[in-house]
Design a protein around this ligand. Sequence first.
Ligand code: PLP
Length: 385
Amino acid sequence: MKTIYMDNNATTKVADEVIEEMTPYFGELYGNPSSMHSFGGQVSKKIRQSRERIAALLGCEADEIVFTSCGTESDNTAIRGVLATKPDKRKIITTRVEHPAVLGTCRELEHHGYTIVEVAVDKQGRLDVDELRDRIDDDTAIVSVMQANNETGVIFPIDQIAAMVKAKGVTFHTDAIQAVGKIPLSLAGSNIDLLSLSGHKLHAPKGVGVLYIRRGTRFAPFMLGGHQESGKRGGTENVPGIIALGKACELAQKHLEEENSRVKQLRDKLEEAILASCPDCMVNGDRQHRLGNTSNVSFEYIEGEAILLMLNKFGICASSGSACTSGSLEPSHVLRAMGVPFTAAHGSIRFSLSRYNTEDEVDFVAEKMPEIVKKLRDLSPFVTT
Ligand code: PLP
């Protein structure tokens, strides 16, 4: 059975061009980039090229790129690295809909005496920017707001937020892990001080990430050891991963516009077909300001997990909005923050597409969804008619 992969916000296929670029660095080119000899030197040169490719996509300088092991490390490091330089400030401002990489870090810091403010979103997942502004005070060390939400795809006005935070003299971090490669961004003229990205969300492998740190930003390294990454992140580099990420960013830059508009058309076709063929369903998130690849749909009276299992029978990969915690299926914190009714939040499914999806795949999923929903509703104790 063919796999139809529509779970690209979870992870993506590594592009063939990326595999080709990184492969020699597992084999014959195994030198350590820190070595003095030219065997290692050629690896170091290639890492420099990768840094430049990533900087070109982000619109920043190559020396502002710090390689990490993943997006989670970048988020942790950004927050902790800034706090360490401001021991007298004890407040962190973030949002209710961040990824656990940010929320989990903040909640742990709360146990160490930090005050955490989680700014609300409205029913469409849009951030209350006025609340954010009002909550910034002299005790605020850092504001961390994601660029695009991984569950709904909702995009926040990050340049406007960064400018507002900067005007208050506070450091600003954004988790851009779902945004990079999907929407254009330029750090050059922005007020973003730190930005996280993750390789496996944009067709590079798992195990490599980046933390962008604007020149002049006060930052204390989290990972101590060697002098790698100009002392900002010790540890011998994940050479193949870094090279892969450079290539993936080059490809993203080259194809961003045409690919993303094609993916958006596919997503829209799928979403419209589902809305037209399945009664009692709705799209979660602001449909105007949303990543072009993401569709989060709630189906009343049925469980997201049941839909996923039935999709899986047809080789279709998607994901649900619930997280299985301690035996009970808790609806997603993002949908709860948006005030999505409990029954709808339980029946939510996220389809996230990529450049590798085809129209035939969309047609196949669109054909199967009404059958699946009907079958599950016929069994549902919540449907009374
Ligand atoms: N932040 C966001 C918005 C994400 O979507 C993810 C991954 O799903 C992460 C952080 C964590 O990234 P990684 O899987 O590279 O640790």
